[in-house]
Design a protein around this ligand. Structure first.
Ligand SMILES: [Fe+2]
Length: 323
């Protein structure tokens, strides 16, 4: 009994240390190999491996974790690593939003990939992907109830305990939503950050999807999110069909999605932003133009922040002089 109590106590202390570390040391642009104000990257995919290697303006890449083996990295990823490009593994199968605890074998594999890539963090989705032994093959929405919050928070803690680097959690894009949600998406994610110290991967295309498909209040969602916990941001293209936004990752990034990025950057410039493209790959110059458009949004937000800071400093010094 005593041994069990000591183990539980040690586990609790370890969690507090992990949470404190996560909160005390947010992921910075430097972790992504980028400078001021933010790193910009693109999703590495086998179909565009050589293109990604040669693209201008890429500070880091993200790879689907399940598609690589730590011991047998594709040559292109090895080349990127050798030149110092940060590679972030992005998981799609942990099912952190499910009722079951995350599979230790899947976590061990994700940890191995993170270590093999020398990654500064890993990311996964706020979604469930299996239940009752059945694989959905999709990222499914989590009911945003207080009961689900407790389960998901514990799943995240289990993952954090077994991963060697910080975990970032991505907001989903959904076609349907549960009828008995008790919390908004912003509130749900904020609670998870508060309870676990998990970092956030904010997908602005997914926020746009939620705005179109579920009429969420975008400003309220951004205001509810603890933006200092944002490790990085996803940007992707999609398609409107019959009044529904499909987050395809196979179409150009729209002005509406870039507007969501701008709204986020107005509040807080994130450490890094990544362009996701998973099919219907365009020519290199189109990808470069999308990366440049992303960088332009960030640069404009940073300029506005600097100007506001100068105006504030100048006003403060005038008040001091007058006093
Ligand atoms: Fe995403």
């Amino acid at each position: 009994m005593f041994v069990v109590l000591v183990r539980l106590l040690l586990r609790f202390v370890l969690r507090v240390v992990v949470m404190s570390a996560a909160k005390a040391a947010p992921v910075t642009a430097a972790a992504f190999g980028g400078g001021t104000p933010a790193a910009v990257g693109i999703g590495w995919r086998p179909e565009i491996d050589l293109t990604v290697e040669r693209l201008a303006g890429v500070d880091f890449v993200e790879v689907i974790a399940e598609n690589v083996c730590a011991g047998h990295l594709p040559e292109s990823l090895r080349a990127l690593r050798e030149r110092g490009t940060t590679v972030v593994p992005h998981g799609v199968s942990l099912g952190l939003g499910g009722a079951d605890r995350p599979d230790p074998a899947r976590l061990a594999r994700l940890a191995e990939v993170a270590e093999g890539l020398g990654a500064p963090l890993v990311s996964e989705h706020l979604a469930f992907v299996r239940a009752g032994g059945m694989e959905a093959g999709h990222l499914l929405p989590v009911p945003r109830t207080r009961d689900a919050l407790r389960v998901v928070a514990e799943n995240i803690r289990v993952a954090q305990d077994l991963l060697p680097v910080p975990l970032a959690l991505e907001n989903p894009a959904t076609l349907i939503t549960w009828p008995d949600n008790e919390l908004t998406e912003g509130e749900f994610l904020a609670e998870l950050v508060e309870r676990t110290g998990v970092a956030l991967l904010v997908d602005v295309a997914n926020l746009h999807t939620e705005r179109v498909n579920h009429r969420i209040d975008l400003a309220a969602t951004l205001n509810a999110l603890p933006l200092e916990a944002v490790a990085y941001v996803h940007v992707a293209g999609g398609l409107m069909r019959d009044g529904v936004w499909h987050d395809t990752h196979a179409h150009p990034v729209t002005a509406e999605v870039l507007d969501v990025l701008a709204l986020l950057c107005e509040r807080h410039v994130p450490p890094a932003i990544l362009l996701e493209r998973d099919a219907n790959y365009p020519p290199t110059d189109e990808l470069e133009a999308e990366l440049a458009a992303i960088r332009d949004v960030v640069d404009r937000a940073e300029t506005r922040t600097r100007v506001a800071q100068r105006v504030g400093d100048s006003a403060a010094s005038r008040v001091e002089s007058a006093a």
